[in-house]
Design a protein. Structure first.
Length: 107
């Protein structure tokens, strides 16, 4: 298969704890045929990152490739930019309060 004819997807990097591998989450949005409700489906892929240029939160473009390992079938084409932070990604309120308590107890 030609390199330019392979499937290309966009996703957000959600994990980068491995060498030359990142976890990319892709969101698919569609309308349910019977109930007409908008459905969001998320899928995670292990993606080969040869240069180590992406980090958590980056928006990346990935492309299908030959099998690199048991679960890696995609590679990063390019980093499109920093993804927006969502509410669940922000630090928890309890963590902030604990940090403030630690700071006040040391004084």
């Amino acid at each position: 298969m030609e390199r330019n004819r392979r499937r290309v997807k966009k996703g957000i990097v959600v994990g980068s704890k491995m060498n030359k591998t990142v976890v990319v989450q892709i969101e698919t949005v569609f309308s349910h045929p019977k109930y007409s409700k908008v459905v969001r489906v998320y899928k995670k892929f292990l993606v080969h990152d040869e240069k180590g240029e992406s980090k958590i939160g980056d928006l990346v473009q990935i492309m299908e490739t030959r099998p690199i390992s048991k679960r890696k079938f995609h590679r990063i084409v390019k980093v499109l930019g920093q993804a927006k932070l969502k509410y669940r990604d922000l630090p928890k309120k309890k963590e902030k309060e604990e940090e403030e308590k630690d700071d006040t107890s040391r004084k």
